[in-house]
Ligand binder design. Structure first.
Ligand code: FES
Length: 104
């Protein structure tokens, strides 16, 4: 199983073994990382906002227009912002490193 490295909202780093075939958001939510994911992954709430380590950004699937529009409207937006519900977890993402964005 691939590993995800996470820095939580308290700034604490930790790792966990991720499930593939589901989104990064589902992995974070199911491992109690305080990702609310109010919309359930339909790209309409932005409560699954994360900052992806820049070294990983280009290895991720490209951002669709609806994700880009939603996340760039967030007050906590940064150039490495992604909505974790729009990233499917795969073996290729072993070592993915991200930070949970602050609540907007
Ligand atoms: S869970 Fe709502 S936008 Fe990702």
């Amino acid at each position: 199983m691939p590993t995800i490295h996470v820095i939580n909202r308290a700034g604490e780093p930790s790792d966990f073994e991720a499930e593939t075939g589901v989104s990064v958001m589902e992995n974070l939510r199911d491992n109690d990382y305080e990702v609310e994911a109010i919309c359930g992954g339909s790209c309409s709430c932005a409560t699954c906002h994360v900052y992806v380590d820049p070294a990983w950004l280009e290895k991720l699937p490209a951002q669709e227009a609806d994700e880009r529009e939603l996340v760039s409207d967030e007050p906590t937006y940064q150039p490495n912002s992604r909505l974790s519900c729009q990233i499917e977890m795969t073996e290729d993402l072993d070592g993915l490193t991200l930070t949970i964005a602050p609540e907007a």
